[in-house]
Write a protein that binds this ligand. Structure first.
Ligand SMILES: C[S@@+](CC[C@H](N)C(=O)[O-])C[C@H]1O[C@@H](n2cnc3c(N)ncnc32)[C@H](O)[C@@H]1O
Length: 250
């Protein structure tokens, strides 16, 4: 498929293959939420709740989003971005790898956090699982941040987005409002935003709502369909959002 035909669409497929078809220096922002990395038996991801070891949920294991990523895709990210401008959601086990790859003299970075006010109560011999990380890397001088006091915070506190999970059925759906702010802070109208692990389409919806273009990629057909419907204002229960403007997208 030609690059122009991918704009404002979600592609069903493996992003490690699909990304090879994206031209060099064609993307303004990558905002993505790749599979997290869980090391069996480590304190990164399990805890004890009521004397029982709690591991990543079966839904996460079934979706195969517990084994991290092939870091070679980061080289592709650099190739397709006009300038380094990238948000990557990740868990604690991945932070070091991403920092090692991106932190160079000309790159500034932030460790943004989403704090959940109602985390799963795993308390024995571990901290609560109440924090998710979103790393942001930006090429100094070439990517400017937009003004707006409400875009500048490095942390957000919300309850877990139970309503979105019920509507779009994705076990690791991210809060739309946070993603919207990230896009508004770091791009201009009509810029192209890529999410190659797009799940239920949160990044694509946020890009559409903020007047940016988007490309989504998703390997799982169920979530691909949910994301496409979501962009048309239809949730996974087949209900139409009264807030949708019904603008068609390709
Ligand atoms: C952490 S979830 C993203 C959730 C998303 N941020 C949301 O709000 O719904 C990661 C997604 O990447 C998808 N995925 C995993 N490997 C992939 C691959 N090789 N190509 C494309 N998508 C992939 C999974 O199916 C999963 O839906």
């Amino acid at each position: 498929m030609k690059f122009n035909d991918m704009i404002n669409t979600i592609q069903l497929g493996d992003c490690y293959e699909l990304i090879k078809t994206i031209p060099d220096k064609s993307i303004d922002l990558i905002l993505t939420d790749p599979p997290y990395e869980f090391h069996c038996g480590s304190a990164h991801n399990s805890g004890i709740f009521k004397n029982r070891v709690v591991k990543p949920g079966q839904d996460i294991i079934d979706l195969k989003i517990n084994n991290g990523i092939d870091y070679s895709i980061l080289t592709e990210f650099v190739r397709i971005l006009k300038h380094i401008n990238i948000f990557i959601w990740c868990n604690k086990a991945q932070i070091q790898n991403y920092l090692n790859f991106f932190c160079k003299e000309n790159i500034s970075f932030e460790i943004l956090t989403w704090h959940k006010s109602n985390p799963t109560p795993l308390t024995k011999n571990c901290y609560l699982p109440d924090t998710e990380y979103c790393l942001y890397f930006r090429e100094k001088g070439n990517v400017l941040l937009n003004d707006g006091y409400d875009l500048k915070s490095k942390y957000w506190i919300t309850s877990t987005n139970k309503d979105d999970k019920e509507q779009y059925l994705h076990p690791t759906i991210k809060p739309l409002e946070i993603v919207r702010k990230e896009i508004l802070h770091t791009t201009q109208p009509n810029d192209i935003v890529l999410d190659c692990f797009c799940g239920s389409g949160t990044t694509c919806v946020a890009a559409k709502e903020t007047g940016r273009k988007f490309i989504g990629m998703e390997i799982n057909e169920k979530y691909y369909r949910i994301a496409v419907d979501r962009l048309n204002g239809i949730n996974a229960n087949g209900q139409t959002s009264i807030f949708t403007d019904f603008d068609s997208f390709k």
